[in-house]
Design a protein. Structure first.
Length: 145
């Protein structure tokens, strides 16, 4: 019987799902995602169509399953870290309201002013100082009020 999955005998499910270079030379891995379900389907297909005279090593399956679990955990930690950073930036911006700050203006010079409000709706919080919008990353110093 021939395998419906090209190269299924002796090829790990993780290796089957690796990215290949695109025509532009960039890696396709940015758009390629192997979900847990897809991984398990590949694993079952590999086991189903393996050559009975040379069965696959179960150790490699366990390693690949552990690798998938670790990858999912790292992705979860990464998104949690990004959410924590966003929350911390929002808290920092709101705590500056009413305080005098020194910041780098659009010309690159240092300016000072009192923060009248914080805008939390964008990707990163911004402050309003004397009618001007100041990025949180441009704040150089928070002075005592």
């Amino acid at each position: 019987m021939t395998s419906p999955i090209a190269g299924a005998t002796g090829v790990s499910p993780m290796a089957t799902a690796q990215a290949t270079p695109t025509a532009s030379g960039a890696s396709a891995s940015a758009g390629l995602s192997l979900s847990s379900d897809a991984f398990l389907q590949l694993l079952v297909a590999q086991l189903k169509y393996q050559d009975p005279s040379s069965p696959a090593d179960t150790t490699s399956f366990m390693q690949e399953t552990a690798m998938l679990s670790q990858t999912q955990t790292m992705q979860s930690l990464s998104s949690d870290s990004a959410a924590n950073l966003k929350a911390q930036q929002m808290q920092t911006a709101t705590s500056m309201v009413g305080h005098t700050i020194a910041y780098r203006d659009t010309t690159g010079l240092t300016a000072q002013g009192v923060v009248s409000s914080a805008n939390l709706s964008g990707t990163t919080p911004t402050l309003t100082v004397g009618g001007k919008t100041v990025a949180l990353t441009d704040v150089q110093q928070v002075l005592a009020s």
